[in-house]
Design a protein around this ligand. Structure first.
Ligand code: ADP
Length: 248
């Protein structure tokens, strides 16, 4: 990745440079997007960059579609090139800071990122594995407005030392309900494969940041109404000026 003006800012004046880690379905996109509105920094989801490239029908589109639909990881080279282009375009528009979601996903990506900029904080979101699968299978997107919803009602009992949890569905408004689509990689078989790949390729990234004192572990206590205020508390943002407007 080349050093963009965004990445060379003085750490004392620049905006936050945070990373969200966590298994597929944990809610990285939801909480990264809320925090990015809250803090006024761009939310950059590499999964979205890949899906945009696929829908643009560019030269990489069919190769990427095949990889993503099978739940495999895109090569480090391709993902870094997509991310660099996005960061450079953002820097040209005067954007600063970022909340990364879905990157880095391999040790090599983490090392490359570490070589070009300082990451301030890595938030590792955690949820029971049975909830992750149910959340991926319940995920729906409005094909018109792009809104993200979830039709799963998760009601898990205390089991094998894991505490129970209730997460109500996040249903679409009436104008979206007939336009819902499911991601091609949100089938049971592919989600299970993505969880295996996470454990093998991405879990070591947690240790990478833990050993550098940058990892904040956050066990999601339930749905958004319970988890969001607790996340703000864990980030020492609960008395942030924008809290009332952004938390709505
Ligand atoms: P999730 O976190 O739910 O698995 P994402 O939307 O983050 O899904 O990513 C979707 C797909 O995009 C991944 O399964 C992978 O194929 C590709 N992808 C996204 N980010 C990366 C990355 N950093 N490295 C490699 N592949 C990636």
């Amino acid at each position: 990745m080349t050093k963009s003006p965004l990445l060379k800012r003085d750490p004392s004046t620049r905006n936050v440079q945070w990373v969200f880690l966590g298994c597929p379905g944990v809610g990285k996109g939801t909480y990264a997007s809320r925090l990015s509105n809250f803090l006024g920094v761009p939310h950059i989801a590499t999964g979205d960059l890949v899906r945009d490239e696929i829908s643009s029908s560019g030269p990489l589109a069919s190769k990427l579609k095949e990889i993503v639909n099978h739940g495999k990881l895109v090569s480090d080279e391709i993902i870094i090139s997509l991310l660099s282009k996005h960061l450079e375009a953002g820097a040209a528009k005067g954007e600063s800071g970022f909340i990364l979601d879905g990157f880095p996903r391999t040790i090599r990506q983490a090392e490359i990122l570490e070589g070009v900029t300082d990451i301030d904080l890595v938030i590792n979101l955690k949820l029971r594995e049975d909830a992750l699968l149910a959340k991926c299978l319940g995920r729906r997107i409005c094909s018109e407005c792009g809104g993200n919803y979830n039709v799963a009602c998760i009601d898990l009992k205390d089991e094998h030392g894991m505490s129970g949890m209730y997460m109500p569905p996040l249903l679409p408004p009436p104008q979206c309900s007939s336009k819902l689509i499911t991601r091609a990689d949100d089938t049971e078989e592919v989600v299970k494969g993505r969880l295996r790949i996470y454990n093998e390729m991405t879990q070591p990234v947690e240790e990478f940041y833990r050993s550098r004192g940058k990892l904040l572990e956050f066990d999601l206590p339930g749905g958004i109404p319970e988890s969001w205020p607790k996340l703000l508390q864990a980030l020492n943002l609960d008395d942030h000026d924008d809290k009332k407007s952004a938390a709505a």
